[in-house]
Design a binder for this molecule. Structure first.
Ligand code: AMP
Length: 407
């Protein structure tokens, strides 16, 4: 999965289209969290520092492709980006309003000085973007000399800027490459998993078995151990005949959970399920709590793994050489039910310090690790929720093929 990376492409004097993922949380024009902007700074700086011109494009939210909608404008992102780039962008960040590829954006790109930066308006204002439209991609291709994918979080969607555009660039003999962010995602999520050192452990958690079933099936064939936590675990416990009280159980997946347990056994993959539980009376903050060992009594719901499980899961993590984690162990947004996710995060940090390769992916898992202040102490925290889950499911991300000739 090695792609040519942008730092090996000569960008001096060239217009470099960088498809970034600046889909930041925003409310009333205020950016809630600018991590996604910061994540692409190395790629943008690499272009600018070598005399290139950076034409940046992203989607934001889910406008329906009917033209400009103020609430989805990237204008606040342009301002924040200019602040973050500072002196690295000596001409500031130009932000042509209107649709990507229209006269205003063409004029802004044509007027770019060396080391200039243009951020185009939200790609999804154009109806061709979500449709993967070749004509729209052709218009964008006309803007630039080089294409860079630095939007891992969108790489499972064949939107025009993600797939048709690099295909059009290739057809015109223009180079395509990965940005630094995409390259790091591929190195860890694909490269390090393919060459995982053993013991190889996967930790899956979160709300629903149905959301993670494909990942479970794919990982079963690869890992030595699989931890199942979060609400998902109760469907598996039910399949083992354990009472789960009022916990979230997907009744229609109990049979499937039993099949998975049997399959794991046949393959010699050890499955670790919670042996005790932090329970609440209700799904709400401040609810009455108790710890249940084994079965969960009627009238209680499991909202987190219990202390013995924290210890057992922690030991499994600390004794592994490769750890992939997707999904929280409990309702981490609602203390005290964050304790299980924290304990696993601490163990993953310890494993990393001891030399293991550790990878966390999925929106909630990344958010939890960030909130605990531990992200920098893992080998890799993925920026892509849906995209990283698709990789764990063993799916092929079609947009990566589009930059494949770039070896
Ligand atoms: P997912 O998006 O599938 O990774 O699920 C994450 C969500 O699962 C988080 O919002 C957690 O609060 C929730 N979750 C984790 N454990 C439980 C549990 N025991 N009961 C209910 N929800 C849970």
């Amino acid at each position: 999965m090695q792609k040519k990376r942008i730092d090996s492409v000569d960008v001096a004097g060239k217009r470099v289209f960088v498809r970034v993922d600046f889909n930041v949380p925003m409310e009333g024009g205020v950016i809630g969290d600018d991590r996604r902007i910061k994540a692409s700074l190395p790629t943008i700086r690499s272009v600018l520092s070598r005399g290139g011109r950076a034409v940046l494009a992203s989607h934001l939210g889910r406008p329906e492709g009917k033209g400009f909608e103020a609430e989805y404008s990237l204008a606040p992102v342009a301002r924040r980006l200019a602040e973050l780039l500072g002196a690295d962008a000596p001409h500031g960040v130009a932000f042509p309003s209107g649709d990507c590829g229209d006269d205003a954006s063409r004029a802004a790109v044509a007027a770019m000085p060396e080391r200039g930066v243009v951020l185009l308006e939200n790609l999804r204002f154009a109806k061709g973007e979500k449709k993967g439209d070749a004509a729209f991609a052709g218009t964008l291709a006309g803007l630039c000399d080089i294409y860079v994918n630095d939007a891992f979080g969108t790489s499972h969607r064949a939107d025009a800027s993600m797939y048709a555009l690099p295909m059009a660039m290739r057809a015109q003999g223009k180079p395509c490459a990965s940005g630094f962010l995409l390259a790091a995602e591929l190195e860890y999520l694909i490269g390090r998993i393919a060459s995982a050192q053993r013991p190889f452990l996967a930790i899956l958690g979160g709300a629903k078995v149905s959301d993670k079933i494909l990942a479970i099936e794919n990982l079963l064939a690869k890992v030595d151990r699989l931890i199942i936590g979060g609400a998902m675990a109760y469907t598996f416990l039910r399949a083992q005949g354990v009472s789960t009280g009022a916990s979230l159980v997907e009744a229609d997946r109990v049979g499937l959970a039993a099949e998975i347990l049997a399959k794991a056994k046949a393959r010699g993959c050890e499955i670790l399920l919670p042996v005790d539980h932090a329970c609440g009376r209700e799904f709400k903050a401040g609810t009455e709590t108790t710890t249940a060992v084994g079965a969960i009594p009627d009238g209680w719901m499991g909202l987190d793994i219990g202390p013995a499980t924290r210890a057992a899961f922690g030991a499994a993590v600390r004794s592994s050489r490769t750890v992939v984690w997707n999904g929280p162990m409990g309702v981490f947004e609602m203390p005290p039910f964050d304790a299980g996710t924290r304990a696993v995060a601490d163990a993953v940090v310890d494993a990393t310090a001891a030399g293991a390769t550790t990878i966390a992916g999925g929106g909630d898992t990344a958010a939890a690790v960030e909130e605990f202040g531990l992200a920098a102490r893992l080998s890799h925290v993925s920026t892509g929720g849906g995209a990283s889950l698709e990789v764990l499911e063993g799916k092929h991300l079609v947009c990566l093929d589009a930059i494949d000739d770039a070896r």
